[in-house]
Design a protein around this ligand. Structure first.
Ligand code: SAM
Length: 208
C-alpha cells in the first residue's frame, strides 16, 4: 500500500468514478444479464471494474484500456480488492482493430470515453460492439455528458466542453442523435435514455 495516499501502489484514484459508482450500478443491475461476459471499454483507474464485478458476481467482468498506466492501476486495485470474476485488463484501443478481442461478450460498458477521445474512437467502439455482441439482444451501455438537440446544454456541460476542446480540439461533448445514428448504422438500437446525476446520461443500446 502507498501509505500517503492509502491506496495500492500503482493504483489511480478518480473522484468522479467513486461518485458515480452507485447510480451507474443501479442502471447496470436493471439491464445487464445476471450471468454472462461483460467487456468494459476505457476502464481507467479500475475502481468501476472492482465495484461492478463485486456487486454483480454472476458476470465475468473484463476491463480494458489502451493506457499502460490505467492497466497498471486496474491490476493494482484488482490485486487489492478484486473478486474472482474480475479478469485481467486487456490493452484494447477502440482505434486499433488489431487490439480487439476475438471472443464474444454479452455486454459492453463504456463510461466517460466518447467525449475524451476523437470521434473515430466512437466509430471504433460501435464497430467493436457490432463485432462482439450477439444479435439480437447484446447490450451496449454508455455513460457521460451529451449535447441534445431538444434540450438546452447545461452551463456546467458547456464549460466542460470548452475545457475538453482546449485540451484537444478533437475532444468534446458528442451530439446524442449523432451517436444514436452511428449506433444504428452498426446494428444497435437505442432502448433507454436516462438522466443521471451531474448532467450525465445513461444510454442503453441493443443489437438488433
Ligand atoms: C475520463 S477516463 C474514464 C475512465 C473510466 N471509465 C471512468 O469513468 O473513470 C477516459 C478513458 O478513456 C480511455 N481511452 C481514450 N481513448 C481510448 C480509445 N481510443 N480506446 C479505448 N479507450 C480509450 C483513456 O485511456 C481513459 O482511461
Amino acid at each position: 500500500m502507498d501509505a500517503q495516499a492509502e491506496r495500492p501502489s500503482g493504483a489511480l484514484v478518480s473522484p468522479a468514478a467513486a461518485r458515480n459508482v452507485e447510480p451507474i450500478l443501479t442502471r447496470l443491475r436493471a439491464h445487464l444479464p445476471r450471468t454472462g461476459r461483460v467487456l468494459e471499454i476505457a476502464a481507467g483507474s479500475g475502481q468501476h471494474a472492482v465495484a461492478f464485478s463485486t456487486a454483480l458476481p454472476g458476470l465475468e467482468w473484463t476491463p480494458s484500456d489502451p493506457s499502460p498506466e490505467a492497466r497498471a492501476s486496474i491490476a493494482a486495485w484488482a490485486a487489492e480488492a478484486g473478486p474472482t470474476n474480475l479478469r485481467p485488463p486487456l490493452a484494447l484501443d477502440c482505434l486499433d482493430q488489431g487490439s480487439w478481442p476475438t471472443q464474444d461478450f454479452d455486454a459492453l460498458v463504456c463510461i466517460n470515453m466518447i467525449h475524451i477521445s476523437p470521434w473515430t474512437a466512437t466509430e471504433g467502439l460501435m464497430g467493436l460492439a457490432e463485432r462482439v455482441l450477439p444479435a439480437p439482444g447484446g447490450l451496449l451501455y454508455l455513460y457521460g455528458p451529451y449535447r441534445e438537440a431538444d434540450r438546452p446544454l447545461a452551463p456546467s456541460n458547456a464549460a466542460f466542453d470548452d475545457s475538453l476542446k482546449a485540451r484537444d480540439p478533437a475532444w468534446g461533448l458528442r451530439d446524442r442523435d449523432e451517436v444514436v445514428a452511428l449506433a444504428r448504422a452498426h446494428g444497435l438500437a437505442l432502448t433507454l435514455r436516462a438522466e443521471m446525476p451531474a448532467q450525465n446520461l445513461s444510454l442503453v443500446f441493443r443489437r438488433v
